[in-house]
Design a protein around this ligand. Structure first.
Ligand code: PHE
Ligand code: ZN
Length: 877
């Protein structure tokens, strides 16, 4: 096989031919679906006559091809593995093709495939070319009219984008529906669904008074699990009207739940397809976190109707144009309808763990990449989450009103067009009058900037001198970096008063909570009129996606934890304090020295527990120790065992010393009111479950009893899952085994709950975890063909059970490589995502490095998909 070739951003050329309108007809059949396409085409006025027409097409059997009704002779076109070229088409013409495809053999889940007996499509990024011959690129936008023909019995429901305009009966028990989508769209937003589905219906009146029908389509047994998604959809529609002035544009908005889906969900025009895990909820089957995730994803896909669909991307290098912006929009929505402080804490905790790791590893890339081999490898935390952080910086730089003016300008100017990141940033620059030239580096430079900060109080002159030095480490093909424009939101907290002091920077007043702009490699900021010695509170709210170091003492951190006016930084001070203690304990473990708990951490936790008055949801976050993954991210070389031992030690020490406080916290937050996914209830449950986690860390008798009772009470999935997890992760196999058994039997019929059952078991710290993974892979509920199952069992193990995945004998690595090799054939997209932890080999000790590289080499020896090929080559470069 020839090596897959990269695509370069600088090679972009506008399409030679555009498509004004497409007529599609599908005759569904599992092994031989017929797709007829009729494209109204026009040569671009600037294009020369005789320019060949290139259409993408993969795994298609061409049955017929004609121009303006005239079948093409074999010398008028050429066919190859990835498409078709027509030699000399006229300036305007109709192209008719007919192809045959086999949805039943499609395990990659791109294009048209079967999921639980239902036909569905996934076209982003380049799946449409597996359905028909087409210029499958986002800058070709056309109106679509789609006729779907299916069996009345097997596919009573036939859906596509837009509005249904015609339906009717056909011979042999078949029927058809024709759909019309009046909004020009790129092929990646095309969708079709056909199957035996049931709907839940609701209505929404838009701000201009139009009535929109909302439908959620599911398998019959899931009809009771759509309420939350529907409520979330209506909230999102309202929010987008109020916050961005964006109104929905069709008369019908549909969501379909699909069991086999590579990602979370997909924003196809008027017909969003959702991984069933991202849309179905019920108090008995879904946790609070799942409810919140569903709300966020429903909103995200809905928001794409403007940021992505009405205004789309010129090419896939601009992916963050729609994804970064839309993630920012869904984050703000979730913050508005839930606890804003907790939302930010959770997002940042995740970002600093997972995106920082990506940005520091062999697959690091800019928010706007310069080249790729396989675009599906670029649906990354950098494109999505770092992209969202960049938009958030813009929002904060400009302020709410100017940002809204900029976004209005963007949507108005580019409606119906496929555009670039510059187009977006230009609108923002115009609306704010700011020069964003240096800011654009956030899109082009990979790697996480590191800031070393240093501060000094000058008593004599009542000045505080803050020096910030920035540096971005080298990343693959970017050895040298230029300084970034980094907005640092900050305060100076007076050590006597415990209050924010006014910030006056070289005579200019910034209020008590201000933003300073670091643009050079090094800058010193002199604050005047500082009446008392302060502790600086830096990067409030995580105002830029950077790693900031400051030589805080533990006393400083305990002080900030108690006094900072910024809730986010109070939490962060607690995390930093815990990190200092953890560092000592990691060193002690490595040196074989007895571990001693830092009393300052215990005191800080005690005052948190005693002072009350805090937002419960935030308190639950503050009482949560940094994860093993985050701790690892902060170490120069990852010592998996020492990290695990140190964190366990801290948790047990806190639990032992503060046992009564945790018990009280548990009791105070118990409740038997009926479940509702409301912020106050969620906050109470998380606080209670954090407390239970501590009590179980020492397997306190009363704690064990509480966990057992909480499991048995069976009140809601949040509580049941936490109790079952704690029992399963404890040494009490006598309690864990029967609990797991009864849970597994009770939920054997519910695939999404079984995913949780898998995840709970494979995160066990005990040494049998890996054997359990292998054993559970043979369980009847498991299938390598279902991405949710792969993620729940294998993904959870390799990403969240670090101590067992990184076993010194290399068995964890071997297991992962075995699975990746199989998935490389079945589902390359999932395979190349799953392999990620092996690509981080450079972070570990020599023996592990060798074991990991050996598994990467073993994968490399296979006949690889472009997806896995690209990742493995980078990892071994
Ligand atoms: N565009 C989808 C989203 O972010 C994600 C997705 C990408 C889904 C590719 C499927 C395939 O909402
Ligand atoms: Zn998206």
């Amino acid at each position: 096989m020839s090596e897959p070739k990269p695509t370069y951003r600088h090679d972009y050329r506008p399409p030679a031919y555009r498509v004004a309108h497409v007529d599609l007809t599908f005759e569904l059949d599992p092994a031989a679906t017929r797709v007829k396409a009729s494209l109204q085409m026009e040569r671009h006025p600037e294009c020369k006559e005789g320019e060949p027409l290139r259409l993408d097409g993969e795994q298609l059997i061409l049955k017929h091809i004609a121009i303006d009704g005239q079948a093409l002779e074999s010398d008028e076109y050429t066919l190859d593995d990835d498409g078709l070229s027509v030699r000399q088409p006229p300036a305007r013409f109709r192209l008719d093709t007919e192809v045959e495809i086999a949805p039943c053999d499609n395990t990659a889940l791109e294009g048209l495939y079967l999921s639980s007996g239902m036909y569905c499509t996934q076209c982003e990024a380049e799946g449409f070319r597996r359905i028909t011959y087409y210029p499958d690129r986002p800058d070709v936008m056309a109106t679509y009219s789609t006729t779907v023909i299916g069996d009345k019995a097997g596919q009573p429901v036939l859906l596509s984008n837009g509005n249904p305009v015609k339906r009717g009966e056909l011979p042999d028990g078949r029927h058809f529906v024709t759909w019309n989508d009046p909004f020009p769209k790129p092929s990646y937003l095309f969708a079709l669904v056909a199957g035996d589905l049931k709907k839940v219906e609701d209505r929404f009146t838009t701000m201009s008074g139009r009535e929109v029908t909302l439908q959620i389509w599911v398998e019959e047994e899931n009809l009771g699990k759509t309420d939350h998604a529907m409520a979330s959809l209506k909230r999102a529609m309202k929010w987008d009207e109020e916050t961005y002035g964006r109104e929905y544009d069709l008369d019908l908005f549909m969501i379909v739940a699909v069991n086999d889906f590579n990602m979370g969900a997909m924003e196809n025009k008027g017909l969003n397809l959702f991984n069933s895990a991202a849309v179905l909820t019920h108090p008995d089957t879904a946790t609070d976190a799942a409810f919140q995730r569903v709300e966020g994803i429903v909103a995200h896909e809905y928001f794409h109707n403007w940021s992505g669909n009405r205004v789309t991307c010129r090419d896939w290098f601009q992916l963050s144009l729609k994804e970064g912006f839309t993630v920012f929009r869904d984050q703000c929505f979730s913050a508005d309808v839930n606890s804003a402080a907790v939302k930010r804490i959770e997002d940042v905790a995740f970002f600093r763990t997972a995106q920082f790791a990506e940005d520091a590893g062999p697959t690091a890339h800019p928010v706007r990449p310069d080249h790729y081999i396989e675009i599906t490898n670029f649906y990354t935390l950098t494109i999505y989450e770092k992209g969202a952080e960049v938009v958030r910086m813009l929002y904060n730089l400009m302020g709410e009103e100017a940002f809204r003016r900029g976004s209005d300008r963007y949507f108005e100017r580019f409606d119906g067009q496929a555009v670039t990141i510059e187009d977006f940033v230009d609108c923002m620059a115009e609306a704010s009058g700011q020069d964003l030239t240096q800011f654009m580096r956030w899109y082009s430079q990979a790697g996480t900037p590191e800031i070393d900060a240093y501060g000094e109080y000058d008593y004599a002159n009542a000045e505080y001198h803050l020096t910030l030095r920035q540096r971005t480490p080298a990343t693959p093909d970017q050895p040298e970096k230029a300084p970034q424009h980094i907005p640092v939101r900050m305060g100076l907290v007076g050590t006597k008063s415990g209050r924010d002091l006014g910030l006056s920077l070289e005579g200019e007043s910034l209020g008590s909570d201000g933003v300073i702009h670091l643009r050079e490699a090094e800058q010193t900021f002199v604050f005047t009129d500082v009446p008392e010695a302060p502790v600086p509170s830096l990067l409030r709210g995580f105002s830029a996606p950077v790693q900031l170091r400051f030589p805080y003492s533990r006393e400083d951190l305990a002080f900030l934890l108690a006094n900072d006016s910024d809730g986010f930084n109070r939490w962060d001070a607690g995390q930093r304090l815990a990190m200092l203690a953890l560092d000592d304990l990691i060193a002690a473990h490595r040196n074989g020295v007895e571990k001693v708990m830092d009393p300052r951490v215990v005191d800080a936790f005690r005052s948190l527990l005693e002072r009350g008055g805090d937002d419960k949801a935030v308190l639950a976050e503050m009482l949560t120790l940094p994860s093993e993954a985050y701790i690892a991210e902060q170490q120069p070389l990852v010592d998996v065992e020492a990290i695990h031992a140190a964190r366990t030690f801290v948790k047990q020490s806190l639990a032992a010393t503060l046992r009564d406080d945790f018990l009280r916290l548990y009791q105070e937050n118990e409740s038997d009111e009926p479940y509702a996914p409301q912020p106050e209830q969620i906050a109470r449950r998380s606080l209670k479950n954090v407390a239970l986690g501590y009590l179980m860390a020492v397997e306190d008798e009363e704690g064990v009893e509480l966990a057992r009772r909480q499991f048995e009470a069976d009140h809601n999935m949040t509580d049941v899952r936490q109790a079952l997890t704690l029992l399963t992760h404890s040494s009490r196999d006598d309690l864990a085994a029967p609990a797991l058994r009864s849970f597994g039997e009770k939920w054997a019929h519910d695939s999404l709950v079984m995913d949780q059952w898998f995840a709970i078991q494979v995160t066990r710290p005990q040494t049998d975890a890996l054997d359990r993974v292998r054993h559970l892979m043979a369980h009847p509920a498991f299938s390598l063909k279902n991405p949710n199952k792969v993620r729940a069992l294998v993904g959870t193990f390799v990403n969240q059970n670090r101590i067992n995945f990184h076993r010194a004998d290399g068995e964890g690595y071997r297991l992962l490589a075995d699975v990746v090799i199989e998935l490389n054939r079945l589902n390359p997209e999932i395979a190349s995502r799953l392999v990620t932890p092996l690509t981080r080999w450079q972070r570990f000790d020599e023996p592990r490095q060798e074991l990991m590289r050996a598994e990467l080499e073993r994968i490399r020896a296979e006949k690889l998909s472009p997806n896995v090929y690209e990742v493995i080559e980078k990892a071994l470069a």
